[in-house]
Design a protein around this ligand. Structure first.
Ligand SMILES: Nc1ncnc2c1ncn2[C@@H]1O[C@H](COP(=O)(O)OP(=O)(O)OP(=O)(O)O)[C@@H](O)[C@H]1O
Ligand SMILES: [Mg+2]
Length: 258
């Protein structure tokens, strides 16, 4: 298997200090290696798309990169230093299954901002702005837990963005959304990138990956099967796993040999 320690995309990543670096990250559970020696580098201001089959380890990888779980070995460095509270406060994550507090939509946003230390009128201003950006203003006073799955995903992204993160992890943020809501979320992701936010986006939607992604990390059985600038990598996949994915075939082999 090829080793992909970082992206070499001349003219884009070059010269920029990485915002986050993972080296040799391993995570085991129940006797199996679920994440098996992952190296990757995130350059600031880019959208890295993470793809791979169900169970490949995408959500686990995001949790490890965000510091929600600790690797058994290897390291995750934020701006060259180990992850700590301050690093995590500069990041936000939208989970595959969003968790809503038992409060109104607006109160969920206000709570997230309070945790970030945003006070008083500024808190209300940012909460209302986030709701309007997510097209959820009409639902501001509805209990968040009664929102539909798609509405909860939109609220989860709005909540994450309201904290003005430097790095945003998005785990299948449009998985259960209709086309209009998907477009609205994609616009929010583009806006985030335009304002300098670095994004890691897990998606199964190849069209979405092409629309949004700068870089691609393709996982297979807990390993990086292939990584690099997204469009070039999808156009000329080297690994059997990614080739099968792009061609819409099942890939059942556990080896990544080409
Ligand atoms: N805490 C855990 N203990 C044991 N196994 C786990 C744990 N967390 C995840 N796994 C297993 O690790 C594998 C990877 O899980 P993960 O949720 O990262 O997959 P995924 O790539 O996000 O898949 P999907 O596309 O279905 O969301 C799965 O087989 C899952 O059952
Ligand atoms: Mg997942």
């Amino acid at each position: 298997m090829r080793d992909f320690p970082a992206f070499d995309d001349p003219g884009s990543v070059q010269g920029a200090a990485p915002i986050l670096c993972a080296s040799g990250v391993r995570f085991h559970a129940g006797g199996s290696a679920l994440i098996d020696g992952i190296d990757l580098t995130l350059a600031p201001g880019r959208i890295t798309v993470v793809m791979g089959a169900n169970g490949a380890g995408k959500s686990l990888l995001l949790r490890l990169l965000h510091g929600l779980i600790l690797p058994d070995s290897g390291s995750v460095l934020w701006r060259g230093r180990p992850l700590d509270r301050a690093a995590r406060a500069a990041q936000a994550m939208v989970f595959q299954r969003p968790v809503m507090l038992r409060r109104s939509v607006l109160a969920n946003l206000r709570f997230a901002l309070a945790v970030q230390g945003v006070r008083g009128a500024e808190r209300t201003r940012r909460a209302v702005q986030a709701l309007s950006r997510a097209n959820l203003a009409d639902l501001a006073h509805r209990p968040a837990r009664v929102l539909s799955g798609g509405e909860q995903q939109r609220l989860a992204l709005a909540r994450a963005m309201a904290g003005a993160p430097e790095l945003l992890f998005l785990d299948e943020p449009t998985a259960s959304l209709d086309p209009a809501s998907t477009q609205a979320i994609e616009t929010q992701i583009r806006d985030a990138r335009a304002s300098g936010v670095t994004v890691v986006l897990v998606t199964h939607d190849l069209g979405q990956a092409r629309r949004l992604g700068d870089d691609l990390v393709f996982l297979h059985a807990g390993r990086v099967a292939e990584a690099g600038p997204l469009h070039a990598t999808l156009a000329r996949p080297h690994s059997a796993a990614l080739r099968a994915w792009v061609e819409g075939r099942l890939f059942l082999d556990t080896s990544c040999a080409t």
